[in-house]
Ligand binder design. Structure first.
Ligand SMILES: [Zn+2]
Length: 326
């Protein structure tokens, strides 16, 4: 098939879709990397190693490896710990590290007095044995310890295991998320307003829809069952099920352009995980990512949609039972 040149999306929309392939929400006080691709080195807590050690695709191999994090108290108080690790294919300094998180661990099993070395790399071998993120304790007046993976060039040891997705899965989710943008009731108008030409909109849509069909990313039944589109095939917020307005994807654009009065009817739209991210599952994948209202996403965040709905129902039921009119 001859390769067609696919016209670009408006910058803000392109960047919104691109960023879904990256992790968010980590700062220097945690061990995680911020704004890196979801196929980066994964950090696996030792207790979850058995259920998390197999990547969801790529023959079970994580594209950039993994680091198992071991609690120092567990390590130094378990007999024959190195044999146990070896039996699981683990080795301190190669693919696992001691992770100091409390002052007590630091004081009782101080790695410096044990001649242990700070880890230097995200790739096996890790070039050291430990990493520390110990908060300061105000009563003892001691300083926090952020040791290892704390330089500009090596910030964060890796990503949370449940954030992981392979580069192929990341691409497919991004294509499906763009498909969902085009299924918004007013996407055509919004794309025009954002500077795309009529011709380019048609070309872009055709290409994306073609790829989606080839890769089975636009199966209507599945998209509906997973609360991503409604019966009219329009993109909806997975929690409140309202049709999404395409302008919500470009809300920052309208402010940047200096419109005198920001359009308050435009609600910011965020990436929405239908089944929430949780350890033991790899839920950043096609048919589990939608777009939703920022506030609906915040409400659902860690509980999942159905549990959130149950909670909402119990709240309204109780209020009605108490005679509250709203
Ligand atoms: Zn909503």
């Amino acid at each position: 098939m001859a390769k067609k040149k696919i016209p670009s999306l408006p910058k803000l929309l392109q960047s919104k879709i691109y960023k879904t392939g990256q992790t968010r929400g980590a700062d220097d006080d945690v061990i995680f990397q911020n704004r890196v691709n979801r196929n980066s080195t994964v950090l696996i807590p030792y207790d979850f190693y058995e259920i998390s050690r197999t990547a969801p695709d790529n023959d079970g191999v994580f594209e950039n490896g993994f680091i198992v994090l071991i609690n120092p108290t567990f390590y130094f108080t378990t007999e024959n710990i190195n044999d146990i690790l070896t039996s699981k294919g683990l080795s301190l300094g190669e693919n696992c590290l001691l992770f100091y998180e409390t002052r007590k661990e630091w004081n009782e099993f101080n790695p410096i007095t044990k001649n242990l070395v700070l880890a230097q790399s995200r790739i096996n071998p890790l070039g050291g044995h430990y990493v520390a993120r110990v908060p300061s304790t105000t009563s003892a007046n001691d300083e926090k310890l952020n040791l290892g993976y704390n330089t500009t060039s090596l910030k964060g040891a890796g990503i949370r295991i449940y954030e992981y997705a392979s580069s192929q899965i990341i691409k497919n989710t991004q294509i499906q998320l763009e498909f969902l943008f085009w299924q918004c009731v007013d996407s055509h108008q919004v794309a025009l307003e954002a500077g795309m030409t009529e011709e380019n909109i048609i070309l872009r849509k055709e290409s994306i829809f073609e790829i989606c069909a080839e890769r089975k990313l636009s199966e209507i039944g599945l998209l509906q069952a997973n609360r991503m589109i409604d019966k009219e095939n329009n993109t909806i917020c997975p929690l409140c099920m309202e049709k999404l307005k395409g302008m919500g994807f470009l809300s920052r654009l309208s402010q940047a352009e200096g419109r005198a009065v920001p359009d308050l009817t435009v609600t910011e739209i965020n990436l929405f995980h239908i089944r929430e991210l949780r350890i033991g599952e790899f839920n950043h994948k096609p048919y589990n990512l939608g777009w939703g209202h920022h506030h609906c996403n915040v409400v659902c965040k860690d509980s999942g949609i159905i549990d959130t709905l149950k909670w909402m129902k119990s709240v309204t039921d109780k209020n009605i039972a108490e005679g509250i009119v709203f």
